[in-house]
Design a protein around this ligand. Structure first.
Ligand code: PLP
Length: 426
């Protein structure tokens, strides 16, 4: 362990989190590999919680950024027009929105995902004149008050935060396979005595990244979209984690037959791990007054530069999507195999956003601990961290993916063997 280690325990706030399960002091990273100061290599199955879909230090993005900085390109410009922003907007239109027949205005919010969620909720409340928002069980929308109110997880919500303005509804599958939770929402919205006020918005993730890799079926999603339309609520899809190719298509809801009023993007949008968030707004809803959702860091010029490269490099053809689908199938095959070894466990999620629900916190922690000891950075999701989450960069080459999956498989085998030994001893 490097000499720097004490400075973190002595000086950094207790709020630090990911570093608790992965204490190594990292120094460099390329693609899907991380290195500490002593040159030890780690495989990255965390990918900045979905911020590094194209891996670390993509050479083309790096070259473009270095050239931009070397040429004294604007770094900070508030929301002034810059050439970098113009190029980003044009590229987003050309490679993402136009080919999908989408017509959205692009709002640059503060750089974090949670700030973009705040903007979406504020705009929905403004245009509808309503305050209630429907959000779902196990949702994660961010850590600032408005987004946190829409978040399910008790640990993040904390107590005594005075969060309000959200009605919680069961997500798809929450009440078991046989129960269609959209029907419950339909009934409550139709019933003037249900206690649910007419909503300004319905906000959801199509795959719940932090909430345990629960996924919405196309039929459920379409029903929610039609309820939103019927009751005058704006449908907001939070694609912060599931978007930018994570599920195989650029947006998580593509080919599911819904047309959201707003879409929130962040994390891998810059392609390079640089902070940038946007809110896509159906043009007729763009009722903002100038500066109404203000902020110093709206739009990040360096992120514009790398995002432009990312969109051109990975989304000009269907090749990248096809490669992601092929890799996702391999991840699924491996996880299905592992699920046979742990009774009751199951594979969750889709695309490169899949995981193994091992049912409890202890099993998940034990397996992940062994992974970390063997050089694999991997995290968990779900209300009890019970889902071991495989979030490798989408660009992870086959050999590295296999090495990572082999470490995970060996950790599962080790855990199963330990449980067996304990059972025999007991
Ligand atoms: C779906 C979703 N929404 C919102 C957020 C919040 O984004 P940020 O952490 O950048 O504020 C996250 C972060 O994990 C997320 O996964």
């Amino acid at each position: 362990m490097s000499d720097h280690h004490d400075v973190f325990t002595e000086r950094e706030s207790q709020v630090r989190s990911y570093c608790r399960s992965f204490p190594h002091v990292l120094s460099t990273a390329v693609g899907s590999l991380l290195y500490d100061g002593e040159g030890n290599e780690y495989i990255d199955f965390l990918a900045g919680a979905g911020s590094l879909n194209y891996g670390h230090n993509d050479p083309d993005m790096k070259a473009a950024l270095m050239e931009y900085i070397a040429g004294d390109g604007i770094t900070h410009g508030l929301d002034l027009h810059t050439e970098a922003k113009a190029r980003f907007l044009t590229t987003l239109q050309e490679f993402i929105l136009a080919p999908r027949g989408m017509d959205y205005r692009v709002m640059f919010t503060g750089p974090t995902g949670t700030n973009a969620v705040e903007a979406a909720l504020k705009l929905a409340r403004k245009v509808t004149g309503r305050s209630n928002v429907i959000a779902f069980t196990n949702a994660f929308h961010g850590g600032s008050a408005g987004a946190l109110a829409a978040t399910g997880n008790q640990h993040h919500r904390m107590t005594g935060q005075g969060l309000h303005g959200v009605t919680r509804m069961p997500y798809d599958g929450y009440n078991g396979d046989g129960v269609d939770t959209s029907e419950m929402l339909a009934k409550m919205l139709a019933d003037p005595s249900s206690g649910v006020d007419a909503p300004a918005a319905i906000i959801l993730e199509v795959v719940q990244g932090e909430g345990g890799l629960n996924q919405a079926s196309p039929a459920w999603l379409r029903r929610i979209a039609s309820l939103a339309a019927e009751y005058g609520a704006k449908l907001i899809i939070d694609d912060i984690q599931a978007g930018c190719g994570r599920t195989g298509t650029f947006f998580s809801f593509e080919e599911m037959g819904v047309d959201p009023d707003m879409v929130v993007l962040s994390k891998s949008l810059s392609g390079f791990g640089l902070p940038m968030s946007i809110l896509l707004i159906r043009p007729k809803l763009d009722e903002w007054l100038p500066g109404e959702h203000n902020g110093t860091f709206r739009g990040n010029a360096h992120a514009f530069v790398t995002a432009e490269v990312a969109l051109r490099k990975f989304w000009a053809t269907a090749d990248f999507s096809e490669t992601v689908s092929r890799r996702s199938a391999r991840v699924r095959e491996c996880l299905l195999e592992l699920s046979k070894q742990i009774p009751g466990s199951r594979v969750k999620g889709r695309g490169m956003m899949q995981g193994l629900d091992v049912l409890d916190e202890q099993t998940s922690a034990a397996i992940r601990r062994t992974c970390v000891q063997n050089g694999l950075l991997i995290e968990a999701a779900g209300p009890h961290d019970e889902v071991i989450k495989v979030m490798a960069p989408l660009t992870t080459d086959d050999a590295v993916l296999e090495r990572g999956l082999a470490i995970l498989s060996a950790a599962v085998a080790e855990h199963v063997a330990e449980v067996r030994t304990l059972a025999l001893a007991g």
